[in-house]
Design a protein around this ligand. Sequence first.
Ligand SMILES: Cc1cc2nc3c(=O)[nH]c(=O)nc-3n(C[C@H](O)[C@H](O)[C@H](O)COP(=O)(O)OP(=O)(O)OC[C@H]3O[C@@H](n4cnc5c(N)ncnc54)[C@H](O)[C@@H]3O)c2cc1C
Length: 713
Amino acid sequence: MSYKKLLFIAIIIALVGSVFVFDLTQYLTLDQLKQQQQALNQLFTERPLFLFGLYFAIYVVCTALSIPGATVLTLGSGAIFGLGWGLLLASFASSVGALLAFLSARWLFHDWVQKKFGQRLRAINEGIERDGAFYLLSLRLVPLFPFFVINLVMGLTKIKTWTYYWISQVGMLLATAVYVNAGTQLAEISSLGDVLSVDLLGALVLLGLVPILAKFILSFLKRRRAYGGFTKPKSFDTNLVVIGAGSAGLVSAYIAAAVKAKVTLIEKHAMGGDCLNTGCVPSKALLHVAKSIRQTRDAEQLGVTSRIEAIDFAKVMDNVQQVIARIAPHDSVERYTKLGVDVEQGEATIVSPWQVKVESPAGSKLISTRSIIIATGARPLVPNFPGLDQVDYLTSENLWHLRELPKQLLVLGGGPIGCELAQAFQLLGSQVTVVEMASRLLANEDTDASALVQKQLRDDGLDLRLNHKAVEFTERDGECVLIAEHENENVALPFDRVLIALGRQANLEGFGLEELGVETGKTLKVNELLQTNFPNIYGCGDVAGPYQFTHVASHQAWYAAVNALFDPFKTFRVDYSVIPWVTYTTPEVANVGLTEQVADEQGVDYDVTEYDISDLDRAIADQQAYGRIKVLTVPGKDKVLGVNIVGAQAGELLAEYVLAMKHGIGLNKILGTIHSYPTMAEANKSVAGNWKRANAPEKLLNWVQKFHSWRRN
Ligand SMILES: Cc1cc2nc3c(=O)[nH]c(=O)nc-3n(C[C@H](O)[C@H](O)[C@H](O)COP(=O)(O)OP(=O)(O)OC[C@H]3O[C@@H](n4cnc5c(N)ncnc54)[C@H](O)[C@@H]3O)c2cc1C
């Protein structure tokens, strides 16, 4: 803590302490007030402004320092200044004092609390951002809650200062008026308890419930407005309609069938969605070929002379399709029908909150349903660059039809998809250029992780054009070129084929959302139950975000399905506390929890422990001695906040930490667990060992050393 803050705390302690040491609170009692009333009234007649200012200052100081006595001061303001002026004084003085206490708590402790408990406070912070004003108003309306506690605690939250001030002033006004009014009849009050009768207190408590009720009424009205104009069917054909049979839709339907609900799954294209057909599966199958090429190429170093005679690209791509075909039965109509799901192959349109139309070559069908899950996924984002419409560009969707290897492939976008595919094509024989607007690839990773991947990509021969902003596509000397802006100059980058890998955009259009009034932004707007503004319509997977991974889609699907089927009897808030993700380049980059970059942005305190994988026996034996594990822990504790691994099989190594974080297992327990020798997983134990050494109990060890020397002598 800074010197200024320590000094400030010392001053506050001195001030509050002297109030009690000199027993100043004796002047803030009802008896004192009654005794002094005449003198004070006299002073008010003689010097009204002086007394008003002095009284205001004393009131503010008392409230700001949280000194007991505000109630007597409020009574006094009625007794001395009358109802109107007294209320004005007490209302502003109490609010200004509360604001000062709030600001002090915020300045002194807010950052520390948010840093220390940032992760755990996330839900509270989100709640405060969403409903903080309602809760504060409720607390302020009921004079039973100690106001000084509210002032101090609110200072630790992320509530806006202005919101805090005006809600406090409005919320406290009624109770203040009651006390000021009572103060005008001071002679009739024999104790502070007389002011608030049980009835009056009850009324204020009821009033305190109003903001909370208002919140529920508002959301009820919002729901009613959304449903207005639609007639709910008396009965339904099915419990649940799921639109889209990708990772999110398949799992939703699976869960619904498993709990014996009647569920219809509608898919307009291919079962399995992006992951199976154009995403994870084909990309990983292609990366496997690329890795095999690398191994064969590098085998010479191991004493195995081998030469790659030729790469039959068309065969490689056919093999990718065979991999898809082998996995396809897992997601097939037959399998899901057997599981008890009604699968409809056609295009779905939501026509009312309870009706979905399916159109297929066989005709059109209307299905009534109690709930709907939207799992329509996302598609590649293709910005409108000038000249792009003249280029037969590739995306992750049509790439898999390619049967001729591009000689010069330009990959626009240095995110995970761009990097994975760029490296694969380079190893397959293309000359690949990656164009990235940012100063580094994989911008969501820590800088050192990006640097390790960039180094390998450059070693593989890729041309990385960082800080290059795409401007237009055109032709120069018969060649297709991308004009990119770099350091205020235009650079022409030639290519045969271009792959657009600039991110993915949610599929929100064309199936009734706009017509119905389902709220959307860049993705579907859903709450923590994954409900849209129509509470019986849910969303999960890429269409809902915020993470666009297969495992997150299926994780959300469980919540969406259970909530859709059991609301309002039982609901679950989706849990994003431990989300892993992996980029499958060589080296792989795997993450769970906080990266250093995000921890710094969120102001979370952490310790970092690293382990260099080039030291690991198995990695050396396997010729994979590169990369590192980085673990972020709570300072001085073994609790894991986040892990970032760069290296071979990083995604596999990560699993141990995902389990650890999910179930609160710390590094000490990982260190105490036997890991087979020689495995890559031993790296996890080694990093835990590094943490232990850095956190060894030095004092205790000094004593142990003395013990040993005593035993020697
Ligand atoms: C190249 C690439 C590599 C990837 N690699 C990985 C990876 O390694 N790991 C990972 O976790 N994630 C990866 N992803 C992301 C992953 O593929 C997605 O997060 C996942 O597929 C999302 O599943 P989803 O069910 O939300 O959407 P989708 O799989 O897109 O499914 C949506 C389905 O809805 C259907 N649909 C849409 N509208 C309608 C309608 N009106 N009527 C009927 N059907 C409709 C679509 O046809 C589609 O089948 C990758 C993505 C790409 C592009």
